[in-house]
Design a protein around this ligand. Structure first.
Ligand code: SAH
Ligand code: SF4
Length: 347
């Protein structure tokens, strides 16, 4: 798949051609990873963040957010809820912190979740850039997958999205360390960032391929009104970013074939059935929120995040129905690892 091929796919406007693209991606998904959707219960552990990404609603300098960190016990309970409901695994996500207290709390949560599920619950982390030793500590305790989005592979655009202290090179280095540590590594980008071109996005997909990535989590960029990026005029229309997000899923499936691709909450923010649309465009993972509802509104990466008042049980029932409606099944009690990881490591 060449850069030009991918750019053409991302540029499709004709509805008939677009349907063809999604169908082809769907066929590729069935062939390489099957029609099962894997669920990862998402625990939004804390919105306290040391970083200052210009697009993100929980960035360090945002004064409009009520900061929280749930207790260790709450995080474990949420994870065990996912386990009892036969979700194969959970994702622990939070703003970025690198202090010892934070590191140890996460280690204890991983340990307890592994013990209380007799080693059955898969644990994915999404806790930003950390020292090698930290990644190793969490891996040794039982986490086995890590999500760290590269956000964009256009270095100039990366600079426009982040303060000088946050570098693209450091981000890629962190991804390398995660791989060396033995994690299944996930990355992704935001789609429709101000100034981002189709060529940038095509290069992002080629980066996933070259980096030999196992899992992809990407979604449309959505404005948060209390961020530096909210001041930018002439942003893409949200509905255009939705379609572009779906095209990215399809083009990524067609290029990488055997990886896990998540259909993310940002798609659902732009359309109520956005995640199901993502599955039809080639994604095979959904991350239902299992965070206690009292915290959800504060984990505000962007405006209008859905399901802030819908509890995990109600969401489980309706998600199950909508997945059945589109003719797919849920991979209950399975880790649903990326087949690509085993090929990459000959495991
Ligand atoms: N702090 C960790 C994990 C939480 S943020 C980290 O940054 O890796 C998780 C993801 O949310 C980020 O990688 C980013 O891609 C996404 N995100 C942040 N602000 C967003 C916005 N305004 N629109 C869409 N996605 C956003
Ligand atoms: Fe913090 Fe992650 Fe938001 Fe950046 S994207 S400000 S690291 S929570």
């Amino acid at each position: 798949m060449s850069l030009q091929n991918i750019v053409s796919m991302l540029g499709i406007e004709d509805p008939v051609e677009l349907d063809k693209l999604f169908e082809e991606a769907y066929e590729t998904k069935l062939k390489y990873v099957g029609n099962k959707v894997y669920l990862r219960g998402l625990i939004e552990f804390s919105n306290i963040c040391d970083k200052n990404c210009y697009y993100c609603g929980i960035r360090r300098d945002s004064s409009s957010v009520n900061r929280y960190e749930m207790s260790k016990q709450e995080a474990v309970e949420e994870g065990l809820w996912a386990f009892k409901n036969r979700y194969g695994s959970v994702v622990i996500q939070a703003g970025e912190r690198t202090d010892r207290t934070f590191i140890s709390t996460i280690t204890e949560i991983i340990k307890e979740l592994r013990e209380k599920s007799d080693g059955w619950l898969g644990i994915t982390l999404s806790l930003g850039e950390q020292e090698r030793e930290t990644y190793e500590e969490w891996f040794a305790t039982g986490a086995h997958r890590y999500l760290l989005r590269v956000e964009t592979t256009n270095k100039e655009l990366y600079k426009k999205c982040h303060p000088q202290s946050q570098s693209f090179e450091k981000r890629v280095e962190a991804l390398n360390i995660l791989k060396e540590t033995g994690y299944q590594v996930g990355t992704g980008v935001m789609i429709g960032l101000p100034g981002q071109t189709l060529e940038d996005l095509a290069n992002d997909i080629l980066f996933f391929k070259e980096f030999d990535i196992d899992m992809i989590g990407m979604g449309p960029y959505i404005v948060h009104s209390d961020t530096p990026f909210s001041k930018i005029r002439n942003l893409n229309k949200p509905e255009d970013n939705l379609v572009l997000g779906l095209k990215m899923i399809a083009a990524t499936r067609l290029t990488l074939k055997d990886v896990n691709i998540a259909s993310t909450t940002a798609l659902q923010t732009l359309a109520p059935d956005g995640r199901e649309m993502g599955l039809k465009a080639g994604a095979n993972v959904i991350m239902p929120n299992v965070t206690e509802t009292k915290y959800r509104e504060f984990y505000s990466l962007y405006n209008d995040k859905p399901n802030t008042d819908e509890n995990a049980e109600t969401a489980r029932v309706s998600l199950e129905k909508s997945i059945e409606t589109i003719g797919e099944t849920i991979g209950y009690e399975e880790w649903g690892d990326s087949p690509h990881f085993f090929k990459r490591t000959n495991a």
